[in-house]
Design a protein around this ligand. Structure first.
Ligand SMILES: CC(C)(COP(=O)(O)OP(=O)(O)OC[C@H]1O[C@@H](n2cnc3c(N)ncnc32)[C@H](O)[C@@H]1OP(=O)(O)O)[C@@H](O)C(=O)NCCC(=O)NCCS
Length: 162
């Protein structure tokens, strides 16, 4: 597995495509199609990703055997590395890529002198919550965020000390 830091337009376009594929496959059952469409446009369009990178988000593409199979995004914030996105294409799940991605982020946090990786995860995203627990994350309460157009994100907050 290779991890590529994202800076160019071509890479961002690959992320937009992966986001469409993975969000439509995984999140319609959890939040519905209307919210998936809205969130893709609001948070994972090319324009939105360029803006996020301009605001300090670090995006990474995950590659295996010359194929892009997933991506992640983090934001260093105060003493924490906030894990904003981690998505692996469905055919590639359960092969250890998620664990390798978290290992990479732990090293990144360490290099930046950050002691905690934090994240939010939808309360109904059960398999992913189990995965985070398996990798040492603990639940730290919950958070509801209004994201506009009548939609909200109803998440658990989780974190891991690194
Ligand atoms: C969550 C996700 C990134 C994990 O990636 P992955 O490549 O499938 O994860 P791995 O194969 O590396 O598994 C990591 C560990 O979690 C465990 N695990 C995975 N799913 C699990 C489950 N449902 N229950 C218990 N443990 C689980 C694995 O056994 C593995 O532990 P091990 O290394 O000790 O065997 C991936 O499944 C995904 O993209 N899911 C859909 C999108 C999503 O929900 N993203 C996160 C949004 S917050």
């Amino acid at each position: 597995m290779f991890i590529e830091k994202v800076s160019g337009e071509d890479q961002i376009e690959i992320i937009v495509d992966l986001a469409h594929e993975i969000w439509n496959e995984h999140f319609i059952a959890i939040i519905g199609k209307a919210q998936v469409d809205y969130m893709l446009e609001r948070f994972q369009s090319k324009k939105a990703i360029v803006e996020q990178i301009g605001n300090g988000f670090l995006y990474y593409l995950i590659k295996s055997n010359d194929d892009y199979i997933g991506y992640m995004a983090v934001l260093p914030k105060e003493n924490k590395l906030f894990l904003s996105k981690l998505y692996i294409a469905s055919a590639e799940r359960g092969k250890g890529y998620g664990r390798e991605a978290i290992d990479f982020l732990e090293k990144l946090a360490f290099e930046k002198g950050l002691k905690i990786i934090s994240l939010t995860v939808n309360k109904n995203n059960s398999a992913t919550i189990e995965m985070y627990k398996k990798l040492g994350f603990e639940t730290q309460g919950s958070i509801v965020q209004n994201i506009g157009n009548g939609f909200e994100m109803d998440d658990y907050k989780m974190q891991k000390n690194v």
